[in-house]
Design a binder for this molecule. Structure first.
Ligand code: ATP
Ligand code: MG
Length: 430
């Protein structure tokens, strides 16, 4: 027995039918009923908007409204409210359509009796409650599902982030390892360079020092009886040997600084044509009369921003090699040209050449080719040249054939060309 009264809204315009249904309900004493009867559909809607009921008994043919759309409207006004449709027609089609639209049950008025009506009402309420519970558990399930999806998405995201940070960590570690490997390699190179320098000093310094010592001793003991010309010869020998040793020290310091990346790069405006002319002139003084040194330029002046000291190292080392490794003399050419914002220096000789298999190591400090014979040298010049070219972001290439000659081509980008004067320039010492 329902202890709380079941509230019924009966929507029926036929008073006799309404009274009859009221009687049938009141006879069903095992349930507590409370019945409200309205005749018009709009009265029903108005009642539902202010009161709550447990079930609606709805006649489908009212004075102000007919048909199944009433089922929809009641559900809009009171969602989930069980509706039992009352129809005078024994019309299966309408009845089934009412169920499809959400009515709980339908009763054919002529066939309603004291058992059918209360039972239909109770079943309608129970079905609606079961449906409500079902919907609630579906909603709960849906919520749980969504929550689960959300959590899975969160965890996937967390995992992705962890993965990314792990990948970054690995990359950082690889970078550090690579840096460490490079530093180690650099240190090994520097330590190798130092051992080479020590070996070179002990080897290369001994003879010049002996020369200086012997000339000094001779001058000290015999100068009083020597003619002036012989004394001057020994002084000259001392001067040039000291100059040679100073050159060696300077080279060692320079390569050491360059290897330790401590060499200064200070570009300043300079006229490359005038500068090359000056270098060619200096080389002529070194070469004396054995070689013909010519200088050629495709323009009269070429003003650019470059480091003069480093450029001097490049050109004077290449020219001094050209002179030194052309023992039988011959033509030596220095050319300068400007093409596509690049300055190109060429130093060409007709000397001993460089064996092809050894050309790859030419710029390694202390490397000397196997064909130098008794020509003296330390193997530092080209290593210095390479570093100086690198500072200007340039390139150096060599073309050489044994017994034919060698050409070094240096290309330096003219990032800061200041001006260029058209014309051509050439000079030579013969
Ligand atoms: P230094 O340090 O006094 O310059 P070096 O001339 O031996 O000594 P690099 O100028 O570095 O050293 O040259 C390295 C080697 O390259 C030389 O020993 C020589 O074998 C070869 N080489 C360089 N220039 C020429 C050239 N123009 N013709 C032939 N061989 C050359
Ligand atoms: Mg040299």
């Amino acid at each position: 027995m329902y202890s709380v009264p079941i509230k019924i809204l009966l929507v029926e315009d036929n008073q006799a039918d309404a009274d009859f249904f009221g009687e049938l309900i009141s006879e069903a004493r095992e349930t507590n009923w409370s019945l409200v009867h309205v005749e018009f559909f709009k009265q029903a809607l108005s009642f539902l908007s202010k009161n709550s009921v447990d079930v609606v008994l709805l006649d489908l043919s009212l004075p102000d409204k007919q048909g199944l759309s009433m089922v929809d409207q009641i559900h809009q006004a009171a969602p989930n409210l069980p509706i039992v449709v009352l129809t005078g027609l024994n019309d299966q089609v309408i009845a089934l359509e009412a169920l499809r639209r959400g009515a709980q049950d339908y009763l054919v008025k002529d066939k309603i009796d004291c058992n059918l009506l209360p039972r239909a009402i109770r079943h309608a309420i129970e079905r609606a409650q079961t449906r409500k519970k079902l919907r609630q558990s579906e909603e709960q399930l849906q919520r749980l599902n969504e929550e689960l999806e959300h959590r899975v998405a969160e965890q996937t995201d967390e995992l992705r982030q962890k993965n990314q940070s792990l990948r970054r960590e690995i990359q950082e570690r690889q970078r550090l390892e690579e840096e460490l490997r490079k530093t180690l390699f650099k240190e090994q190179e520097l330590s190798q360079l130092k051992s080479n320098i020590i070996a070179m000093i002990s080897h290369e310094y001994r003879t010049p020092l002996t020369t200086i010592l012997s000339s000094t001793e001779l001058l000290e003991n015999y100068s009083h009886q020597w003619p002036e010309e012989k004394k001057q010869r020994h002084f000259q020998r001392i001067y040039s040997t000291v100059a040679h040793l100073t050159g060696l020290v300077n080279d060692v310091l320079l390569i050491n600084k360059a290897e330790a990346e401590k060499l200064e790069f200070s570009p300043a405006p300079l006229d490359l044509v005038a500068f090359c002319r000056e270098i060619a002139e200096e080389s002529r003084l070194t070469a004396k009369t054995h070689h013909q040194i010519s200088f050629e330029s495709k323009c009269l002046s070429l003003k650019a921003c470059m480091d003069e000291k480093l450029l001097r190292q490049i050109l004077s080392n290449l020219l001094s090699n050209a002179i030194k490794y052309s023992p039988k003399g011959g033509n030596i050419e220095l050319q300068v040209a400007c093409e596509d914002n690049t300055v190109i220096f060429c130093v060409r000789d007709q000397g001993i050449g460089i064996p092809l298999p050894e050309q790859a190591q030419l710029f390694t400090a202390f490397h000397r080719s196997s064909n130098v014979g008794t020509i003296s040298g330390t193997g530092l010049g080209l290593a210095i040249v390479k570093k100086c070219v690198g500072f200007h972001n340039g390139t150096i290439a060599v073309e050489s054939a044994m017994g034919v000659g060698t050409t070094f081509t240096v290309k330096l980008p003219l990032n800061s060309l200041i001006s260029q004067t058209a014309g051509a320039y050439s000079n030579s010492n013969q």
